[in-house]
Design a protein around this ligand. Structure first.
Ligand code: 4AD
Ligand code: MG
Length: 479
């Protein structure tokens, strides 16, 4: 009977002193043949198991090594040691699984995050990744709670699609055709996709938005939360080829409402983690502070993780237009001293160095930028009256850069069709999408929050590979 066990988190929180308990977990350390630090992943706090002299024979004692799994039955007693209130005096210890100390890659010492990435199958067993993935879980739960409370319908949009939602062409192909060049060809030499599994060319979705819009045109408000895929060759600390995205889509909603919802949503998630994951956040704050000690003074953050999160909670996000952003950049000393690698002028796609300057140096808080040039944004964004900017909004966060991308959608059929033609988006094949504008079109808007970037922001992890269980990045698909 395994289910009689009590989780370590619960045991450390409840008044069970004097009672007999059963606990199970993995050995973190074993000191003096007497004190086992046991962890079951429910909390970063290890439970101290006290093994009294004579309880176990020498052979069994040797088998209690880092990584081994144990079942322990014993009495919960008040602890005399510092750092813990309760420990368990063992009556019976059963070794469930041995772990050869010589071969176990996780030694009880500090390992670099780079090394842990190579043994990502074991890294959940470290304090850092235990904390990160409990926070990730909590945020995922909070996302559903937030939208559920607001009456949004959770829509599962497809993973395999035949369209390019962002029109950026950064897609992974899905095919069952042979890739050795023997696939059937059309007369013009192109691949005959009629022979392919779906009878057409398909890919992994880059975004659930277009299907999300179809849902919003019936339910008023929906959200998606699922994996999305981008075949962009970006080897950075904030790009993944497979990442999770949350995409709410709201009918009867303009860009202003959209910004308000996004800001409320981000704050809700932070508050949820602060209320429910305090211990883990405090651990991560300390980890970050130690990591930053290695950096030169000017690269360190002014605040600790918790202070940063509190500040974001308590202050309104800055809201500026793209045009204002360009002016700020052009007037900055940074620009005058030629410290930007990329040029600044109206019309450019803001580079990450520009975004970071705006949030980290200039405003020192999250910034919502609206009114981007139409030429650098996706086809579905609503054209503003000036005829050259669109009702787009990106949220830029300190240390992360773009965390949200969204817009009010072009709900006017003719304008949308024209824009699609101008941008060589096939209007015939996307006729189903245009139907939303043909039959009962309404002003609507939505956004996408990159889940891993949000987890990075809350956990303070600097590399996106460390907030997803098994990262998919260019030239890397382990596990
Ligand atoms: O700005 P993006 O490309 O917007 C969309 O996909 C829209 N369809 C969203 C919408 O309006 N419904 O992506 C949205 C967010 C970005 O702001 C970023 O946080 C994240 O998704 N993101 C990535 N995260 C990790 N790795 C990547 N390669 C990412 N690309 C985008
Ligand atoms: Mg974007």
């Amino acid at each position: 009977m395994f289910n009689k066990r009590i989780k370590i988190k619960e045991l450390l929180q409840t008044e069970v002193i004097g009672q007999e308990v059963t606990v199970m977990g993995w050995v973190r350390t074993f000191r003096n043949n007497q004190f086992i630090a046991l962890n079951d992943g429910s909390t970063n706090n290890n439970l101290q198991i006290v093994v009294e002299l004579g309880l176990l024979d020498d052979d069994t004692l040797k088998r209690i090594s880092t990584g081994a799994s144990l079942k322990v039955i014993g009495h919960a007693v008040a602890s005399l040691g510092k750092g813990q209130k309760i420990e368990v005096k063992a009556k019976l210890i059963e070794i469930l699984g041995d772990s050869d100390a010589e071969k176990y890659p996780l030694q009880p010492k500090k390992h670099s995050l780079e090394f842990l990435r190579e043994i990502a199958h074991l890294r959940f067993r470290t304090n850092t990744f235990g904390a990160v993935f409990r926070v990730r879980h909590a945020l995922a739960f909070a996302i559903h709670q937030f939208f559920n409370q607001k009456g949004f319908v959770y829509l599962h949009t497809p993973i395999i699609t035949a369209s390019d939602a962002e029109g950026a062409g950064e897609m992974f192909k899905v095919t069952t055709l042979p890739i050795d060049g023997t696939a059937d060809k059309n007369e013009d030499g192109s691949i005959n996709y009629k022979e392919d599994f779906f009878g057409k060319s398909t890919n992994l979705t880059v975004s659930g938005q277009l299907e999300g819009e179809l849902g919003a045109m019936a339910f008023s408000e929906i959200y998606t939360f699922g994996p999305t895929f981008r075949a962009e060759n970006s080897n950075t600390a904030r790009h993944l080829a497979e990442f999770w995205m949350i995409e709410p889509e709201m009918a009867f909603c303009d860009i202003e409402d959209n910004m308000n919802l996004a800001e409320e949503f981000i704050k809700y998630l932070i508050q949820y983690a602060m209320d429910n994951n305090r211990e883990d956040l405090e651990f991560l704050a300390q980890r970050l502070a130690e990591e930053e000690k290695q950096l030169p003074q000017d690269k360190r953050s002014e605040w600790g993780l918790i202070e940063k999160l509190e500040f974001v909670l308590n202050n309104a996000f800055e809201r500026i237009t793209y045009t204002q952003a360009i002016t700020i950049l052009l007037e900055s000393n940074h620009y005058k001293k030629k410290k930007f690698q990329y040029d600044v002028q109206w019309g450019i796609d803001l580079q990450s160095e520009h975004e970071r300057y705006l949030v980290e140096k200039h405003f020192k808080k999250p910034v919502i930028v609206t009114g981007y040039p139409a030429a650098i944004k996706a086809f579905y964004m609503r054209m503003n009256d000036d005829g050259k900017t669109v009702a787009a909004m990106d949220i830029l966060a300190p240390g992360i850069g773009e965390i949200v991308g969204g817009s009010q959608r072009e709900e006017r059929l003719e304008k949308l069709e024209q824009r699609m033609k101008d941008m060589h988006i096939p209007t015939e094949e996307m006729s189903w999408y245009l139907d939303t504008r043909r039959f009962g079109t309404v002003p609507h808007a939505g956004f996408g929050l990159g889940f891993e970037r949000m987890v990075q922001f809350v956990s303070g992890m600097t590399n996106i590979r460390d907030v997803i269980a098994f990262a998919r990045t260019p030239k890397n698909c382990e596990f």
